[in-house]
Structure formats: C-alpha cells, structure tokens
Design a protein. Structure first.
Length: 222
C-alpha cells in the first residue's frame, strides 16, 4: 500500500448527529415542516445516502431545482459550519494516532469529504488537523463526489501512487465502499463508527469491515 484515502465524518471525525441537525435547518429554510411526511421522507434519503456529495443530495430532494438545491446546500454548509465553530466537532477516538501511524509506515494519507472545501477546512481547523494528512479533497476539487471514484483517483494522481491496487479506501458508508470498488482500490475497508452497519458495508463490496479506523494500520502491515 502506498496511499490511504480516508473519509472524514463518521470515519475519522465523529458525526454525533451534526449532519441531521444541519439538514433540518437547511430544509426548514425551504419551507418544509419539521416532522411532516415530506420531511421524514427526505431525512430517510439523507440517511441512506450518507457520504454522497451534499449538493447532489439536495438536487435529488428538491426535484433538480438547481436554485433551490444551491440555496439549501448553502444553508446546510452554514449550519454545519456553525456547529463546528461552536465546538461540536470531535475526532473519532484514536483516529489521529491511526493517521500518524499510517504515515509512519511510509504510506500517504488523503482525507476526503462530501462537504464543501470551506466546511472541510473549518473541521480540520477546529480539530487542529490542518497538517495531519498529505492531502485533503472535496468533490469540487476532484470532479464528482461519491459514489464516483474521482476523489480516490485524484488523490492517486496528486500523491503519485504507482497503481490503483496500491490504494486503500476506508469509510463508514456504502457510498465509500462503492467509490473504492469503482476506483479499483486494493483494500476497501468499512468502519462501524458511522452511518452504515456491517450488512450494508459488505453488500456494497467491502473487502474488510473494521470496528474503527484505529484498526486500519494493523491491516496495512500485511
């Protein structure tokens, strides 16, 4: 392995309901009542598509009304950023040590997200992680977000891995697994600290399912 591409929320960063809180504020700005049938349908879709680029999710929810989707996405990013600034963002236990251990093995690390670059940088700043990884990427920097392979392949090109088989992808959602499979990654590891469970991760093609990102360095030793 020469490169590990790691998801953030749910994998290396604890979510603790922040996505759903920000979503509630964003969708409320579109006049959709909290707790109503349409809201419940939308929330179910958000939960099912955790890991996907957020603007893509809002396009689907708002019937491809681009102006409404952009407005909702902006409200979501603002709400999430405020929660981060208020101190609600925390690392998954042991994640920072795991990333440092992976890099000590001579393997490069890229942190990826479905959020905007601005929100990603706010999270990294709040955690003191600005220089923790070799590279950070969001969908807009790579082309498309998950479940497409763009962020993994962009990381491979930027960090000069020799082959897709030398890349490991790890995340907490089925979308992370699909991304890794489509990119041809040698290891596609699901972790059980986020949105999706063992069955969903395996069904999406995980080569390994780990309790936490803490277990990833041990997997890379072999």
């Amino acid at each position: 392995m020469q490169l590990v591409v790691l998801d953030m929320a749910g994998t290396t960063v604890a979510d603790d309901g922040l996505v759903e809180k920000a979503f509630t504020q964003a969708i409320g700005a579109q006049g959709i009542e909290f707790g109503g049938p349409r809201y419940d349908e939308m929330l179910a879709h958000v939960r099912a598509t955790m890991g996907e680029s957020k603007i893509t999710v809002f396009r689907h929810l708002l019937d491809n009304d681009e102006a409404a989707a952009q407005q909702a996405n902006k409200a979501f990013e603002t709400a999430y950023g405020t929660l981060v600034d208020e101190g609600h963002s925390a690392p998954i236990d042991g994640a920072e040590d795991a990333i440092r251990e992976i890099r000590e093995l001579g393997i490069k690390v890229c942190l990826t997200t479905g959020f905007s670059e601005t929100t990603q940088q706010r999270i990294l700043g709040a955690l003191g992680w600005k220089n923790l990884a070799d590279l950070t990427l969001c969908p807009a920097q790579a082309g498309r977000g998950r479940p497409y392979p763009d962020m993994v392949l962009k990381a491979l090109l930027e960090l000069k891995a020799d082959a897709v088989a030398n890349v490991a992808v790890a995340g907490d959602t089925a979308y992370d697994m699909t991304t890794g499979i489509r990119a041809g990654a040698g290891i596609v590891a699901g972790v059980l600290t986020g949105a999706h469970g063992n069955d969903q991760l395996n069904a999406a093609g995980a080569t390994h399912v780990l309790e936490s990102v803490r277990d990833l360095p041990g997997l890379l030793h072999y």
